[in-house]
Design a protein around this ligand. Structure first.
Ligand SMILES: Cc1ncc(COP(=O)(O)O)c(C=O)c1O
Length: 408
């Protein structure tokens, strides 16, 4: 297939050259230019198809060109895309009700991305602390976490490689090691305004935070009048097989604030902070806002997504069990597979050696996933992945594991 009179190879090269000349060189992209998608499949300029097991880093929950999402986008785009937060529209309140009901919390602030949701959460924590005492602004966060790239969210991020070039960042953040409960207890004091936990650490290598640890965090927050924030930007909204990862435990360990973004509007930028009454009341009129956040188009798409989510969740859980069973089988077969962990359709496969080369091996055979933390194959497939597609993914991964390490 050609793009104009060029071959697809030439067209891809031209796209890459143009970007190499005119874009910040902050991304290490794979040499693949995508043209379109349908369901769980993506197509490059050449028409070669790829099974999408990463869904735009956890965003395309309903895959690509979902007919109901496409229809709603067309319809809403022809009516009202954006009107700012100076006025009301039909969809913010309805979506906020859904988020409140499914999260078990009360009030919502809409923004446009994960990192913005974290910034709003930080402001809630600081405002909450300030109403008690002037030095109550400390935040306790976890090592190995990832919370975003803006200065506040980066200060919470517990991985020095993301922070080092930009320090000094926001002061007052203490990072504790997940294995060190005593250090956690010592870190939380009267000066702590909030504790921030990524309920399943994503960038850090797919580590679900244990129920015991979450309960400890809740208890410490209660003791010191700190607010407990769960970052569910990657692991939330259906991906763990429940609406939120903190609902995997019975009874759920309830946060005061939960942040979310990625899948909520199926690829349109939308983020949200949902909070209980106590946390939400820290933000009074004029204290926070955004121009774009909560636009009519993004909110209506998110409402449609929520309706579809309720219908597909049982099937999602079935496919998740199939993937976990199949991957555990591969773990028994290939010694290099050290661990398979995660929940729902957020899965990490720990390999005993750095395995970034697996990504190219996957692309070669028409499969897209990524590797995080050097050694963890990360799968974040669309929620609509079928049993047949899951089987294809397992067979593809088996071929990669069979080849294993490249010759030195
Ligand atoms: C857990 C978590 N928090 C925050 C963010 C930041 O979200 P965004 O890239 O939309 O700003 C991410 C992004 O990967 C994330 O995984």
């Amino acid at each position: 297939m050609t793009s104009g009179s060029k071959t697809a190879g030439e067209a891809t090269r031209q796209i890459i050259d143009l970007e190499k000349t005119y874009l910040f060189q902050n991304y290490a992209r794979y040499p693949l230019a995508l043209k379109r998608g349908k369901g769980c499949w993506l197509y490059d300029l050449d028409g070669k198809r790829y099974l999408d097991l990463i869904s735009g880093i956890g965003v395309n929950a309903l895959g690509h060109a979902h007919p109901r999402i496409t229809r709603v986008i067309r319809d809403q785009a022809a009516q009202l895309i954006h009107s700012s937060n100076l006025y009301y529209h039909e969809y913010q309140g309805r979506l906020a009700k859904k988020l409140a009901e499914t999260s078990g919390l009360q009030r919502v602030f809409f923004c446009n991305s994960g990192t913005e949701a974290m910034e709003a959460a930080i402001k809630i924590l600081h405002a909450h602390g300030k109403r008690t005492r002037p030095d109550k602004y400390e935040i306790v966060a976890l090592e190995n976490s990832f919370h975003g790239r803006t200065v506040g969210a980066l200060a919470l991020t517990g991985q020095p490689k993301y922070r080092a070039d930009f320090e000094p960042l926001m002061p007052g953040v203490k990072h504790v090691n997940l294995c060190d409960e005593a250090a956690f207890e010592a870190a939380v004091t009267e000066r702590t305004a909030g504790i921030v936990v990524e309920t399943i650490q994503g960038e850090g290598g797919i580590y679900p935070i244990s129920e015991q640890w979450l309960r400890k965090a809740r208890a410490l927050a209660d003791t010191y009048d700190a607010l407990l924030v769960f970052d569910e930007i990657q692991c939330g909204i259906g991906r763990p097989g429940t609406h939120f990862a903190y609902q995997l435990h019975e009874p759920a360990v309830m946060p005061d604030v939960v942040t979310m973004a990625k899948p909520i509007a199926c690829g349109l930028p939308l983020g949200a902070v949902v909070a209980n009454g106590k946390a939400a009341s820290a933000i009074a009129p004029g204290m926070h806002g955004t121009t774009f956040g909560g636009g009519a188009l993004a909110c209506r798409v998110a409402l449609e997504f929520y309706d579809i989510l309720d219908e597909i969740m049982p099937q999602m859980r079935k496919v998740s069990a199939q993937l976990f069973d199949g991957l555990n089988e591969l773990k028994r077969k290939y010694a290099m597979v050290k661990d398979v962990r995660g929940a729902g359709l957020m899965i990490g496969i720990e390999i005993e050696f750095p395995c970034k080369h697996f990504v190219a091996m996957g692309m070669e055979q028409g499969m897209l996933f990524n590797v995080t933390h050097e050694t963890v194959v990360r799968l974040l497939p669309p929620y609509i992945l079928s049993e047949k597609e899951a089987d294809k993914a397992l067979k593809g991964l088996a071929r990669i594991f069979k080849k294993g390490k490249p010759a030195a």
